[in-house]
Ligand binder design. Structure first.
Ligand SMILES: [Zn+2]
Length: 281
C-alpha cells in the first residue's frame, strides 16, 4: 500500500498466546470466546503485526515485536512460536536486514512490543537489532517503564530495552509529534502511561496504528478493554474518540495483535462500533 512517499507493508513478526480472561477484562467468557476461541489453558492466539514503511532514504518500523523468548519457561507460558516467526525473517522477505532500518517508532516498551529491539549474541552480549536506527518513544513512557507500578512491572523486561536507553540512539518526544513527513504520533494514557499511537496519512488515505489501545478486531467494541490497562476509563474515552474519527474519516485500522484480521475499516452500527471491511496489502 502506498501512502504519501511510503510503501507500507505489514510484518508478521511473532506469534504467542495470552490469557483470554486478561485480554478481555470484565467481558464474560461466554461472549469473548465466540470471537477468539481459547486453547485448553484459556489462552488466545496473538500475532504481532508491525508496519514497515519504505520511502526516500527511510526504512522505518513501527514496533519491534517480541524477539527471542527469554527462557524455556517464558516460551512455554506464552506459547511463543520461535523461531518460526521472527522480525528478522519478516524483514528478509522484503530483502532487508536490521542494519538497513533507519527509524523505529516504539508505541511503548511492553515486552511484546520492545523485546525485538535487542538480541543476545554468541558471546552472551546484548546487541541492538537496529544499530543504525533512531528509535522514537514518548519521554513520559520511558520514565514510567523505568519505574513501573506493581500492577504492570511484569510487562516491562528492563534488560530488553536498557541497551537502547544507553545507546544514544533513542530520541524522546513529548506529546503529539510529526516523526517523519505524514507520520504522526499521538500519546494515549489508558493502556499505560504515554503509549503512542501512530497515524500515517496523505490527502487520500489514513492508516491508524492504535497498538494496545485496540489490540485485536475483537476489541473494537468500546467497553471491551483489557485487564492489563492501567486506566480503563481513559481507554474507553480514547477508543470512543479515535473510533469516531476512524469511522468519519474512513481510516484503515491496524490490529497489532490480531493474527486473523491485521487491518480493517470501522463501522458504526446501532450496537456501536464494529470491524468492517478487511483490508489486505
Ligand atoms: Zn502493551
Amino acid at each position: 500500500m502506498q501512502i504519501g512517499r511510503y510503501d507500507i507493508s505489514v510484518l508478521d513478526a511473532s506469534r504467542f498466546r495470552l490469557d483470554g480472561g486478561t485480554m478481555f477484562g470484565v467481558v464474560p467468557k461466554v461472549l469473548w470466546e465466540k470471537k477468539k476461541a481459547p486453547d485448553e489453558q484459556n489462552r488466545i492466539r496473538m500475532g504481532t503485526n508491525l508496519l514497515l514503511l519504505r520511502g526516500t532514504n527511510r526504512t522505518a518500523l513501527i514496533d519491534a515485536g517480541m524477539g527471542a523468548p527469554l527462557n524455556p519457561r517464558f516460551a512455554e507460558m506464552y506459547a511463543v512460536e520461535y523461531p518460526q516467526f521472527t522480525l528478522e525473517k519478516a524483514l528478509a522477505t522484503h530483502g532487508l536486514s536490521g542494519k538497513e532500518v533507519t527509524d523505529v517508532i516504539l508505541t511503548h516498551l511492553h515486552f511484546d512490543h520492545a523485546g525485538g529491539l535487542s538480541f543476545v549474541d554468541e558471546h552472551g552480549q546484548r546487541q541492538l537489532c537496529f544499530p543504525n536506527a533512531t528509535h522514537y518513544l514518548q519521554q513520559a513512557h520511558l520514565e514510567w517503564a523505568l519505574n513501573p507500578s506493581l500492577k504492570d512491572r511484569a510487562s516491562f523486561i528492563r534488560g530488553q530495552f536498557q541497551l537502547l536507553v544507553n545507546s544514544g540512539k533513542l530520541k524522546l518526544v513529548n506529546g503529539e509529534t510529526e516523526i517523519m513527513e505524514g507520520v504522526k504520533v499521538l500519546p494515549m494514557n489508558g493502556h499505560t502511561v504515554a503509549q503512542q499511537a501512530v497515524l500515517i496519512s496523505d490527502s487520500q488515505t489514513t492508516l491508524f496504528f492504535p497498538a494496545d489501545l485496540i489490540p485485536t478486531s475483537a476489541h473494537v467494541p468500546v467497553p471491551w478493554v483489557m485487564a492489563y490497562d492501567l486506566h480503563p476509563l481513559e481507554t474507553i474515552n480514547e477508543k470512543q474518540r479515535m473510533l469516531s474519527r476512524a469511522c468519519r474519516e474512513e481510516w484503515l485500522v491496524v490490529f497489532e495483535h490480531d493474527p486473523e484480521i491485521p487491518v480493517a475499516r470501522i463501522l458504526e452500527t446501532e450496537k456501536g462500533f464494529a470491524p468492517g471491511e478487511v483490508i489486505s496489502f
